[in-house]
Write a protein that binds this ligand. Structure first.
Ligand code: TPP
Ligand code: SF4
Length: 275
């Protein structure tokens, strides 16, 4: 018997209908998050979900937690303040690839470097959805967007690899074609005591589907099926068979001291770490 989740209990039904287009992957990422949250039995009243600006960042309007819908690129800056102000809170950032890596890129690097206990879920649709399909730092080369009509000539950031290099202690990549794996990755990220990033590859059929010429939502999901591979499967394959495939799974899980803990110790070392 499949497990039943109370996902709809966490939604602000008064804010429905949502603004997301038919076929958009944002709902799949959101429900994967809610299932893992429900499974871990985290107290929603002790949880703060923070977002920036973008289609994906509208998620905070739909979640019945303590939510902060902040300014473009600044979700991690606000979240850092919340976590330092009250370290007992579970702090989660939900953000778009543009929000996190373009205008918010600097905050992202420093949150990874500090290893602050915040779980960040980035909806990676490889484009700016909300503003009409401009290139984001994650848009692949050659894709023609509103800001690169002759094709993107910039090398895309490898966001998960960047997070690992910058010091995040849990980094994973999932995709909306594989919602159960995505749920499991988010669960592990929420359990990690330190900075966690889950890169969720998701589809924006309206802008990226057209720009990339992949097509509509169904074709975009099939693209994920054909172009991504789980780490477990990849480990069994010869290198030629997994060439050019995007890896899904836990890419890195390390341990080191969490920022707020160390900050507390330094501040209150004479008072046994009372905060
Ligand atoms: C300071 C500032 N600059 C630019 C914008 C315009 N803007 C709003 S959303 C957005 C991009 C959103 O893209 P992304 O974060 O990838 O989210 P998506 O809409 O694709 O989910 C931009 C540039 C803004 N709101 N504020
Ligand atoms: S524009 Fe794209 S990202 Fe935004 S809601 Fe529509 S499909 Fe989703």
């Amino acid at each position: 018997m499949p497990k039943r989740y109370n996902v709809t209990n966490y939604l602000r039904k008064s804010n429905m209908p949502h603004i997301w287009c038919p076929g958009c992957g944002n709902g799949i990422v959101t429900s994967a998050f809610l299932r893992s949250f429900d499974d871990l039995k985290i107290n929603p009243d002790q949880t703060v979900v923070v977002s920036g600006i973008g289609c994906s960042s509208r998620v905070t309007g739909y979640l019945d937690f303590n939510t902060l819908h902040t300014t473009h690129g600044r979700a991690l800056a606000f979240a850092t303040g919340v976590k330092l102000g009250n370290p007992k809170l579970e702090v989660i950032v939900m953000t778009g690839d543009g929000d996190l890596t373009a205008i918010g890129g600097n905050h992202f690097l420093h949150a990874c470097r500090r290893n602050i206990n915040i779980t960040t879920i980035v909806f990676n649709n490889s484009i700016y959805g909300m503003t009409g399909g401009q290139s984001s730092p994650l848009t692949p080369r050659e894709v023609s967007t509103r800001t690169a009509p002759y094709g993107n000539i910039e090398e895309p950031l490898k966001i998960s690899e960047l997070a690992i290099t910058a010091g995040a202690t849990f980094v994973a990549r999932g995709a909306t074609f594989y919602p159960l794996q995505l749920e499991e990755l988010i669960r592990q990220a929420l359990e990690n005591k330190g900075f966690s990033l889950v890169e969720a590859i998701t589809q924006c059929p309206v802008h990226y589907g057209r720009a990339s010429k992949i097509g509509g939502a169904v074709e975009m999901l099939k693209w994920q099926r054909d172009n991504t591979i789980s780490m477990t499967a990849a480990n069994r394959l010869p290198s030629e068979a997994k060439k050019n495939k995007i890896l899904r799974g836990v890419l890195s899980h390390t341990r080191r001291q969490e920022y707020v803990e160390e900050y507390k110790q330094q501040l209150f070392s004479d008072k046994q770490g009372r905060y």
